[in-house]
Design a protein around this ligand. Structure first.
Ligand SMILES: *Cc1c(COP(=O)(O)O)cnc(C)c1O
Length: 397
């Protein structure tokens, strides 16, 4: 998945444009810029890539999720439904707004289970957040139907699925709002950065203002701009946007390499009857950022994960035992370890986490191994990796 593997002259050139004129900020300083508007250019490239009318760059993927929800008016005391399997950023971004994250089970797509989503809807639910994990996606038709029926926003966190699609639409562009991260390990990187995409002009204008202290961005005198409402600072810098501008142009090349490497590994592992793969919903095409497979049980998955480590198969994750991506290890969330007081509503709203079990999620995550697909492997390395993986799995069975 990582674009950082292929950082080179194209990225350096874009960054040097910015260094030449010294305007490191995306807004204002028109006279000094010598025509360089990297953030604006990247936004317009992303509109094409993600087939979306509006794109707002922000400082991170976490900021993107928070800005997206804020832009659609989700706030204190509301509930947002999200999966048990995701990056910690999902609940961080939700809680930053005083919103209550309602965690629900995933299914064999590794994204939220539509049945679990429907069962979790209450009077307070404002949005369903589907996290398109590990390069693939949830059952978007089913989720869209539920959201339409209950008049809820559908928000896509597509941070890990840049370049994937569902029924011809880029992931991220299907819901009311889509969120991307361009941090250092994503398919394309800005170093740090993120984006909110939407076809809704009001949400876009809200995101544009909100991510820059509420500035209305009217005219070309920043000091004279008005503030129609409160905002914060989630701006991307011009330097970061410059890196992303070089990377977005290389996305087709990155995706092609990812697919090729993914296919080699998948074909070899398919020889083992006990190995099954993550389900990609009908009409979906994953981005091939990760190869995800299931083993028969937890014990075998642990053995395979250990064998991978001992035999130099890096970048493969057994998320059941990993601190970052699965509820089982999120003790800081369950125990609400916060530096500052948390609102009573959120505190009460999260009490369920102390006792609730997620057996359906456990069943999938306990048996799942998720392998990052790198871009820099040589054919020889790839062949060797496939063979080592095959042997590790066979001997664990
Ligand atoms: C990386 C990631 C984020 C957060 O992105 P940052 O840019 O690191 O803040 C959010 N959600 C998912 C699923 C991610 O993988």
């Amino acid at each position: 998945m990582p674009g950082f593997e292929l950082f080179g002259d194209a990225e350096r050139k874009e960054v040097n444009d910015v260094l030449d004129n010294g305007v490191l900020m995306r807004y204002g300083f028109d006279g000094m810029r010598k025509g360089h508007w990297k953030a604006k250019e990247l936004e317009s490239q992303l509109q094409n890539t993600f087939k979306s009318k509006h794109v707002q760059l922000v400082s991170s993927g976490t900021a993107a999720v928070s800005v997206a929800l804020a832009a659609a008016g989700v706030g204190a005391g509301d509930e947002v439904i999200m999966p048990t399997f995701t990056f910690v950023a999902s609940f961080e971004a939700i809680m930053m707004l005083g919103v209550i994250p309602v965690l629900v089970d995933i299914d064999d797509t590794l994204a939220v289970c539509p049945k679990a989503v429907e069962a979790a809807i209450t009077q307070k639910t404002k949005a369903v957040m589907v996290v398109q994990m590990c390069g693939s996606m949830g059952n978007m038709d089913a989720l869209q139907t539920i959201c339409n029926k209950h008049d809820l926003l559908l928000v896509e966190d597509a941070c890990q699925a840049i370049g994937g699609s569902y029924k011809g639409k880029p992931l991220g562009s299907i819901g009311d709002l889509g969120c991307f991260s361009f941090d250092f390990v994503k398919t394309i990187t800005c170093g740090e950065g993120g984006a909110v995409i939407t076809n809704n002009k009001d949400y876009y204008l809200n995101a544009d203002h909100y991510s820059d202290h509420g500035h209305d961005h009217v005219g070309n005198d920043r000091g004279a701009e008005t503030h129609p409402f409160l905002g914060y600072n989630f701006r991307i810098s011009e330097l970061h946007a410059a890196v992303g501008l070089a990377q977005i142009k290389r996305l087709p090349e990155f995706l092609e390499i990812q697919k090729k490497n993914f296919t080699v590994l998948r074909e070899v592992l398919s020889e083992i009857p006990e190995v099954t793969f993550r389900r990609v919903p009908e009409g979906g095409e994953e981005s091939y950022a990760f190869l995800n497979f299931f083993l028969p049980d937890l014990e075998i998955a642990r053995k395979v994960s250990q064998a991978f480590k001992e035999n130099g198969v890096d970048a493969c994750f057994h998320y059941y035992d990993n601190n970052w991506h699965y509820i089982r290890k999120w003790d800081h969330l369950k125990n609400l370890k916060s530096l500052f007081p948390i609102s009573i509503e959120v505190k009460k709203g999260l009490e369920y986490l102390k006792t609730k079990e997620f057996k359906q999620s456990d069943n999938y995550i306990a048996r799942n191994i998720s392998c990052l697909i790198k871009l820099s492997w040589t054919e020889e390395e790839l062949k060797q990796r496939a063979n080592t993986m095959l042997n590790c799995i066979k001997s664990a069975l």
